[in-house]
Structures are given as C-alpha cells and as structure tokens.
Design a protein. Sequence first.
Length: 270
Amino acid sequence: MSDNKYRDENSFSHRCNKTPLPAARTAIAALALAAAFSTPGSAGEPAYTPEFGASVRAYLLDNPEVVLEVFRLLEGQERAKKTQAASASIAKVADQLFQSDDARKGRADAPVIAVEFFDYQCGYCKAALPELAQAMEGRDDVAVVLKEFPILGPASKRASRIALAVRALHGDDAYLGFHNALLLQKGELNDATLSMLAEAAGFDFDALSVRSNEADISATIAANWRLAQTLSINGTPAFVFEDELVGGMMNAERLTQKFDLLAKAEKPNL
C-alpha cells in the first residue's frame, strides 16, 4: 500500500463528508421524485413521458424545498448503509480490536473499550491527544486501545517502531509516556528528535534502534495495517467503537457523549 495515498492527514474524514454539487443533488432528487410519482406500465416498468418529465420539473421549480427533503432522505439512507457496513466489519474483527494485547489508556478491565488508529506526525492526532485525555479524566469505565498506524511516510514508520521498542524494552507505562511525548512534539520526528526524546526519558536510543527492527515489531505494524484495510480506514486519527467507526478528529465533548452512551448500554438500568 502506497504512502502517497495517505498524504491528507484527515483524508478519511474529508472523503466521508463530501456531498454532491447542487446540480447533482437536484438531479438525484428529480430522479427520486420521478420514480416515486410514476405509475407502472403494462410491462411493470415506470411509465414516463416528456409531459410527465416537464410536470416533475415544474413541480420542483415551484417547490424547491422538496429537493432538499428528498436529498436529506437519500443522505440518511446512505449513512445508514455505511453504518451497517462498518458495524458488520467491526464485528468480524472485534477480538483484534478490543481484546488485543496492544497498550491501552485507562483501566485494563474497563467495560467500555474504544480503539484509536494514529500516526505520530498527524496534526489531527496531536490535536486529539488532549481531547481524549479530557474525555477520560475522572472515569474508570473507559479504556482506549492504541493502534500504531504509520501512514505519513518513513519518519512516521521510524517513530512508530521506536515507540514499540520502548514498550518491548521498558513496558506499557514507559510506552504511554513516550507515546504522549511524540504526539506533543512539533515538527518532523527525525532521528535527532527521537534520540533527544528517548534520552530525556532515560532510554538508550541505540538499543531502541536495534530492537525496533525486530520481527515482532514489524508484525505488529503489518497487522494494524491489515486491520485498517479490513475496516476501510485510510486516514488518521480513526476511532473505532463497538458499534461505530469515526474517521477524523473527535473533540472531548463528542468523545464523552460516545463513552456515556456505551457505558449506559453496558448498564441499561442506570
């Protein structure tokens, strides 16, 4: 998979939020109205005549709000289809998402589990760091599994490998601290910066470099890429919940609302 495909840090979100141009919206609505207002012909096909088409056009011109109403209906149907498809994909790989041995923020046995796919050089991932911290503050019912997904070039891959080496050599707490430090760092994460951050945390950068190239770390990153492909994730950050995939930035308010909904589903009598 080529890195060039992922140059837009929030490409997934941008693509999902694209809507047809006004002319296209009108055409879609007109077709939908024509299908709705037509009557079956003798062969079971909709009966259509130029006169009928002119009538539909005149109706739309006289009642432009109908175009928006039909388009909203079509948009809602399309969103529902995408949600159903995403839910089906999530269910197929639920164990790899929510029961994986990746490092996680929050209590290990928290009833509500989310997953974040991220890249250390992604500006939106950096912005999401304090939002996620705010949403999780003071609650012990949520955990977030961290999936290394380096898609923004060689520097991203290098940073991801070094971070996973920190975990392998020094454990989860050290990894979480280094993870946060990488996301807080501005500018390119070249070797000089990675070395500085590692040494500031008390780690041997040369040892991390050696460990970062071992097979288990390569396997972890490859597995995350395959999982992202299965879920049609092609940008960062991406948040996966048991019932939904959200591509793009989520602020603290949205995250809190989602966590609350999932927590209520776990304890419906609350």
